[in-house]
Design a protein around this ligand. Structure first.
Ligand code: MOS
Length: 750
């Protein structure tokens, strides 16, 4: 296994912490229960808010028994559209890059089930809960539009976060005409809800026009500005604390109604207010992954080379906002084809607005694409790996740009070897175990882009030879604190133990969004640059000081390591940071950095992480029950800062892939529009017994362009190859191709 993989410590940019498989620096706090999550805060005189949500999906609230709720002992206030003060920004407009429209009691309209329709604030959680129940809303009900067939179809202006809705390269008709083999296939994916372990929660407290918020958040400084905007105060007046998040997966990067209503309640009452969403309330106002219908048409020549790749996706969205799952874009950058065409459509239904959810677009899109590729290999009589190698893209298929690095070939080879892919029979239903269960092997290509978000950081060397590094990053459990501290330590030439890492609060430099798998790259580059700036200043002081052994060495002639500056030509000439600062009479020395990528490289190169996932399933021939028995993924994601945490992220992504393939599906009642499985009993996610022995191999990849650290990202890619690999393995075991996810027993009954 890759535990023994050596990482290149001789890398010019890398010091001693980077590449080490450290355990999470915050692990001890978490396992001992001393990590403080948002809902663990109990400021003095705090009141409890409970959101009342709609039980219909479309219509109007015609009455709420406010008097009954107010009469309940302990209830302090009931907020409804009748007494809800206006916000400084209109929640029906989009504000900011990740701006979403949301419901914050602006009127009596109901646009989806579980929409907030009132807030009850009480002295206790129990009183607030009972007060919300006593509201007994009545509705003017309009028929809910829930399916692809009964919503309004439209052409979205953009998909994802501002991407074009369609793309075309080459002559598609000519490509199809030139094909001697073809595949014409459709796949459906359901609505999925993020369901982070920690529900959305907030404690909000006002002091005059200053606001303090404890709430899990993936984009701390950006959200601070947005919160301030809705309440008409300057961003500096808001302190947002988010030291620990119990998962986020995208849902904690965007604004939502319950958060705004909690802050509003605290302002109306002039008391701190706590709100924690119940599990079922997470199936409405806090985002989800929209359902998709995807149609793919692939043409191949006699050798099995793609001549045309066409991928059209339709996604569900809400009646009032436009987040469209960019599923078809998954076909842009993996397989070489002279003609590629993608298009997105959308359907408005009575649902909460979907939003980014772990690998938005890539997850659903690659599920369909990788199954279609498996079908194409079969149509050509080729092994699925051979077919992928035949259609390997040496340059980015969509843009023709060279890749900044691409070790996908190595991923295929190492993954196939570890899995034992060679000798796989082409035809399905060829392998069985001793108990007569059908065995199938399938594979999928994994890919995810490497975005960077504007980020900044500060590094302060202290006179005792330690340092403080600061950036408002978010650790959702992925290990950001640890990996970022490792990067910071290397930038400063210090052991990680001598670096105090501060993060997770909005008065620190902006670390950008913990999303898009770009947090380590973005915040990490900023931290690295902050550290090297501090060291450059220290070097200037030392080399200009006749009393220093480094006098006259010049900037280029000094190396920082283990808290000392060394003369490059003569290692016996060195001095500790503390000594240099003491002689200069400095208590501290500060460096600042930003996380950027060379704009020319960003313009001219295609930057992606890649991987290959291999799955084995066993299927009971009578009951059609599917068990994933082996999963091997091999991933190349540039330089890996912490192999233990990177593998943990990849495992998480692969488990998410198992979940997508076999378990997750939000089911809505077609008539009422209500979610029927808004809990973790009915909304299935895998348990331990569903997850096999897994391997996540880290394939070495040196990328001098992606950023100064050579870091790509590992947060989302694990989902992308896995779904298709499992679906393809099920086909290989049974000969049955399911065209919908999740694949269930009833889909496999002959
Ligand atoms: Mo994410 S969906 O990039 O948090």
């Amino acid at each position: 296994m890759s535990d023994s993989l050596a990482f290149p410590t001789s890398h010019a940019r890398m010091g001693s912490s980077s590449g080490q498989p450290l355990t999470r620096l915050d692990g001890h706090l978490k396992v001992t229960g001393t990590a403080t999550y948002a809902a663990d805060n109990h400021p003095q005189n705090m009141a409890h808010a409970v959101i009342a949500v709609s039980s219909i999906a479309r219509g109007r609230v015609t009455s709420l028994d406010v008097a009954a709720a107010m009469a309940h002992p302990g209830v302090i206030e009931v907020i409804t559209p009748a007494n809800c003060p206006p916000l400084a920004l209109d929640p029906d407009q989009k504000h900011g890059l990740f701006g979403f429209r949301f419901d914050a009691l602006q009127n009596d309209r109901v646009r989806y089930a579980k929409q907030p329709i009132a807030v009850v604030v009480a002295e206790t959680l129990e009183a607030a809960t009972e007060g919300a129940r006593l509201l007994a809303p009545t509705y003017d009900v309009e028929p809910a539009r829930m399916g692809f067939d009964d919503g309004e179809h439209y052409d979205p202006p953009a998909v994802g976060i501002g991407a074009p809705p369609s793309f075309a390269k080459g002559d598609l008709a000519a490509g199809h005409a030139a094909a001697t083999r073809s595949v014409d296939t459709t796949y459906e994916t359901p609505a999925q809800y993020h369901n982070a372990m920690e529900p959305h929660a907030m404690v909000a407290e006002w002091n005059g026009d200053h606001l303090t918020i404890d709430s899990p958040n993936q984009a701390i400084v950006m959200s601070r500005a947005l919160f301030a905007g809705y309440f008409g105060i300057p961003p500096e007046n808001v302190l947002l604390r988010s030291p620990f998040l119990g998962g986020g997966f995208g849902s904690k990067a965007i604004m939502n109604g319950p958060y705004i209503l909690t802050i509003l309640a605290a302002r109306m009452l002039q008391r701190p207010v706590k709100m924690v969403l119940s599990r079922d309330q997470m199936f409405g106002p806090v985002g989800h992954r929209g359902a998709t219908q995807q149609h793919l048409r692939l043409g191949m020549d006699a050798e099995g080379r793609l001549t045309a790749l066409e991928h059209n996706a339709v996604s569900t969205t809400s009646s009032f906002d436009d987040f469209i799952e960019p599923a078809a874009n998954a076909s842009h950058n993996i397989y070489a084809s002279p003609a590629i065409s993608t298009r997105h459509g959308a359907v408005r239904i009575d649902t909460g607005t979907p939003g980014p959810m772990r690998a938005p677009g890539e997850a659903s899109g690659s599920a369909a694409l990788e199954c279609a590729i498996d079908e194409a290999a079969l149509a050509c009589g080729l092994d699925p790996l051979e077919f992928r190698l035949l259609n390997y893209a040496e340059t980015d298929p969509a843009t023709g740009r060279p890749f900044s690095s691409k070790a996908l070939r190595e991923c295929y080879a190492e993954g196939a070897k570890a899995f034992g892919w060679a000798g796989r029979p082409l035809a399905p239903r060829q392998m069985q175990d001793d108990e007569g269960r059908l065995i199938g092997w399938g594979m999928g290509t994994a890919m995810f882009p490497c975005p960077m978000f504007p980020a900044s950081a500060r590094a302060t060397l202290r006179s005792d030879g330690t340092a403080l590094v600061e950036t408002a990053g978010a650790d959702m459990g992925q290990g950001a604190w640890t990996a970022l501290a490792q990067i910071a330590a290397d930038g400063l030439g210090l052991e990680v133990e001598r670096v105090e890492f501060r993060s997770g609060i909005s008065d620190l430099p902006d670390a950008g969004v913990a999303g898009g798998s770009g947090h380590t790259a973005s915040a990490g580059t900023a931290l690295h640059n902050a550290g090297t700036e501090a060291i450059a200043k220290l070097t200037e002081i030392a080399t200009a000081d006749p009393a220093s052994p480094l006098f006259g060495a010049g900037n280029a002639g000094v190396e920082a390591r283990n808290g000392r500056l060394y003369h490059r030509g003569d290692e016996t000439r060195s001095e500790s940071y503390a000594e240099i600062m003491a002689r200069a009479g400095m208590a501290s020395l500060e460096g600042n950095g930003t996380g950027t990528r060379d704009p020319k490289d960003a313009e001219e190169l295609a930057m992606y992480s890649h991987g290959a996932v291999f799955a084995e399933v066993k299927v009971d021939p009578d009951l059609c029950q599917v068990l994933v028995t082996r999963l091997v993924g091999a991933f190349a994601a540039g330089h890996v800062i912490n192999p233990r945490l990177a593998r943990s992220q990849l495992y998480g992504g692969m488990i998410w892939g198992v979940s997508f393939a076999l378990h997750e599906e939000a089911v809505h009642d077609r008539r009422s529009g209500r979610p029927l499985n808004a809990d973790l009993a009915g909304y299935h996610i895998p348990v331990h017994a569903d997850i096999p022995a897994m391997q996540a191999l880290l394939v070495e990849e040196d990328d001098p362009y992606v950023n100064v650290l050579g870091v790509k990202g590992v947060g989302e890619i694990g989902v992308t190859g896995t779904v298709g690999a499992i679906a393809n393995a099920i086909w290989h075991a049974t000969g049955i191709r399911s065209h919908r996810f999740p694949i269930r027993i009833e889909d496999l009954i002959g």
